[in-house]
Ligand binder design. Sequence first.
Ligand SMILES: NC(=O)c1ccc[n+]([C@@H]2O[C@H](COP(=O)([O-])OP(=O)(O)OC[C@H]3O[C@@H](n4cnc5c(N)ncnc54)[C@H](OP(=O)(O)O)[C@@H]3O)[C@@H](O)[C@H]2O)c1
Length: 407
Amino acid sequence: MSDPVRIGLLGRGTVGDAFHELLGQRADAVAAAAGRRPEIAGVLRRSEGDFDAILEASEVVVELIGGTDPARDYVLRALRAGRHVVTANKQLIAQFGDELFDAAREAGVQLRFEAAVAGVVPVIRVIQESLAATEITKVFGIVNGTTNFILSEMASTGASYADALGRAQELGYAEADPSDDVGGADAAAKMAILARLAFGAPVALGDVSYEGITEIQPDDIAYAKELGLSLKLLGVAERRGGGISVRVFPCFLYPRHPLAPVEGPFNAVMVEAPTITEITMSGPGAGGVETASAVLGDLVSILSGQAPVHAARQSLEIVRDISSSFYLHLEVADRPGVLARIADVLGRNEVSVRSVVQRGLGDDARLVMVMHECPESWFFKALDELATLEFIRAQPRAIRVIEEEFV
Ligand SMILES: NC(=O)c1ccc[n+]([C@@H]2O[C@H](COP(=O)([O-])OP(=O)(O)OC[C@H]3O[C@@H](n4cnc5c(N)ncnc54)[C@H](OP(=O)(O)O)[C@@H]3O)[C@@H](O)[C@H]2O)c1
């Protein structure tokens, strides 16, 4: 057998430690698959190791520090020094992808990052390898396990957002500061990466419009359940006209949608293209050992000489006003003429109603409507007008609905 391949490990926290252990356990399997046995050349932590010495001793660098400083500097230096790099760092790829891909190309080495999006779900491999010559039209899914756990908990127990978040923190699914997850920024970074890979466009974080789940109320979920809908935080990257749209938003799904049954901390990603119809992949979105196993998969690909295919780079316009269908929750005074006034506002803005449920609330009433698809700017204009009507008792609440039916 050839010489061992020496791995420089940057970071030995949750994922780094799991990777270190997994590499020891699976070294024979890696050697059998790739022809060379892996060995750790050195470990860098805040309290241990020296980057230059580790770089000098390594053939492949595995970055599991997280964040962008000092990870960006280390990864750039490793690539420029001719080392292949594997990382699980979504922020690094989403913010500095162009610079890092250029450095890898110029040095003739690989930069792999399967674990940066959807944990162990092999979506990057599928886009860059299986579908390398396919014209992908849409990539979308549940790419944040923390929010999917919180929404599943709210739906199954009727818990408030705050209680469901507390439970997620108790179980280790949410960090002490969960703002990036619950505010949608984590999913936005992952969608920027997926859009870049699927469409070859240099999608920056600022190109992704995102919303989180912090404003979701348990009764929105309960009413939607009556309409057969389930709530997910979705990331969607799609071709629209001559451009692309990349967004993250909470969204109701009809029951036969392939993403509707994805519960708890799981992730699931769908890819659509005319020639493949659609592919759905799901699995754990995080966790030390799960993420480490995706990192190990990247390492084996590098050692086996498999190279990812990069879509030809092109500039695509970011389209922001796209058409969507909405769920609308209104609390109104229960008196004659209210429904007609609401219908008038919607009608003047060319927003048409697909279904409506009305409930009494003492002197007030609650109207839950689902609209047909229309340009979002029309819907939001109608929403602004509705909010000013004197019989509206609380701020109207709107959540997108995916109307597409799957068979
Ligand atoms: N955790 C997950 O489930 C998961 C899932 C998918 C992707 N990821 C990604 O995987 C990466 C690692 O996450 P993690 O959860 O393993 O993080 P973590 O537990 O916080 O571990 C970070 C490691 O990096 C080291 N480190 C931090 N700053 C450093 C510095 N300035 N110089 C040298 N070493 C430094 C830490 O050193 P000390 O040990 O000395 O503190 C620690 O060993 C991140 O990019 C994350 O987004 C994680």
